[in-house]
Design a binder for this molecule. Structure first.
Ligand code: ZN
Ligand code: ZN
Length: 279
C-alpha cells in the first residue's frame, strides 16, 4: 500500500509511539503516513520537522472525534496548521469534553456497583494524556491487575465506553459542522472518517453539503460494496478520496490484520497532496 493516512499513536489510544509507526511504515514499504490521533496533535509534533524525516513522508493530521445520536462521527483533518489558536482552543475543549464523558460514565457504572475502582487511578496511570477515554480506563485497570466482577475489562469497554454499548451515556460534544469549520480555519482539508459509522448516509451527505471536502473511502470496517458506494459519492461530488487502516497497535480491531491493511494508492494520494504546498 502506498499511503496509510489513518494511524493512532500513544498520544491518543494507540499503543505504538510515533517512532514505532515510522519504523512500521519503512518495514512495510509504505511511503506516506498520517498520524491522526483523536483530538490530539502531540504525536505529529513529537516528530519535529516532518520534511526532514528520511524515507517516509508524514503529513500533519488529526481525527476530531464527535459523537452524534450515539454514533461515531469522526472528521479527519489533513495538512492542518496545529498552531492555529482557534484550532488549539478547539482541541483542548474536545479533550476536556471527552475526559468528562469518560468520567461521567465511569462514575455512573461505579455507583451502580459494576466495579469498585477509583477514577484517580485512571488519571494517575495515564499521566501524559490530555484526553481520557475508555481505552485508558481499561489500561489502568489492567496495569493494576484489577478484575471487574463478572466480566473482562474488554467487555466493560464495549458495554460502557462504546457509544453502541448499553451503559454508554452521551454528554456534550462538538458537532460535525464545528469540526469541519475548525479544520478549515487551520488551513486543513476536512474528510469524513469511516462514513459507515455515522449509520446515516443523509447525515454524511449533509456534512458534505456543509463543507467537508473528502470521504475516507478505504477503511477496514467497509465492505467492498460500501467502498464502492462511497467511491461513487466522492466521484460524483469531486471529493478527495482518502484511506487508511485506523491502526491502534495492540488495540487494533480484528479486521486490522496487518499494517496498512487498507490505505491509499499513489494516484489518489497525488490528488490529495497536490492541494498542498507541503507536498
Ligand atoms: Zn474514527
Ligand atoms: Zn481513527
Amino acid at each position: 500500500m502506498y499511503a496509510d493516512l489513518h494511524l493512532h499513536s500513544t498520544y491518543s489510544d494507540g499503543t505504538d509511539t510515533p517512532g514505532k509507526l515510522l519504523a512500521l511504515a519503512r518495514e512495510n514499504g509504505v511511503s506516506v503516513i498520517a498520524i491522526a490521533d483523536h483530538d490530539a496533535v502531540g504525536g505529529v509534533e513529537s516528530l519535529g520537522d516532518l520534511q526532514a524525516i528520511p524515507d517516509v513522508r508524514v503529513i500533519p493530521a488529526i481525527e476530531l472525534s464527535c459523537i452524534a445520536n450515539r454514533k461515531l462521527l469522526h472528521v479527519l483533518g489533513y495538512y492542518i496548521d496545529a498552531r492555529n489558536p482557534e484550532f488549539e482552543a478547539f482541541i483542548a475543549r474536545m479533550a476536556r469534553d471527552k475526559t468528562e464523558n469518560t468520567r461521567v460514565i465511569f462514575e455512573h457504572a461505579r455507583a451502580k456497583g459494576v466495579f469498585d475502582y477509583p477514577w484517580e487511578r485512571v488519571a494517575a496511570l495515564n499521566p501524559d494524556q490530555a484526553r481520557l477515554s475508555g481505552v485508558h480506563v481499561v489500561k489502568a485497570m489492567d496495569e493494576d491487575g484489577y478484575a471487574v466482577p463478572g466480566m473482562t475489562t474488554r467487555a466493560l469497554f464495549r458495554k460502557y465506553f462504546l457509544p453502541s454499548g448499553e451503559g454508554f451515556i452521551e454528554t456534550d460534544c462538538a458537532s460535525g459542522r464545528d469540526a469541519i469549520d475548525v479544520i478549515k480555519a487551520a488551513g486543513g482539508i476536512p474528510v469524513i472518517a469511516h462514513p459507515k459509522s455515522v449509520e446515516d448516509d443523509e447525515k454524511v451527505l449533509e456534512l458534505l453539503d456543509y463543507g467537508a471536502q473528502g470521504l475516507e473511502v478505504y477503511h477496514p470496517s467497509h465492505t467492498p460494496e460500501e467502498t464502492k458506494k462511497y467511491l461513487a459519492i466522492a466521484a460524483e461530488r469531486g471529493l478527495y478520496v482518502t484511506g487508511g487502516s485506523d491502526w491502534h497497535g495492540g488495540n487494533n480491531r480484528p479486521e486490522v490484520t496487518r499494517f496498512a491493511v487498507t490505505g491509499l494508492a499513489s494516484p489518489d494520494y497525488a490528488i490529495l497532496s497536490a492541494r498542498n504546498a507541503f507536498a
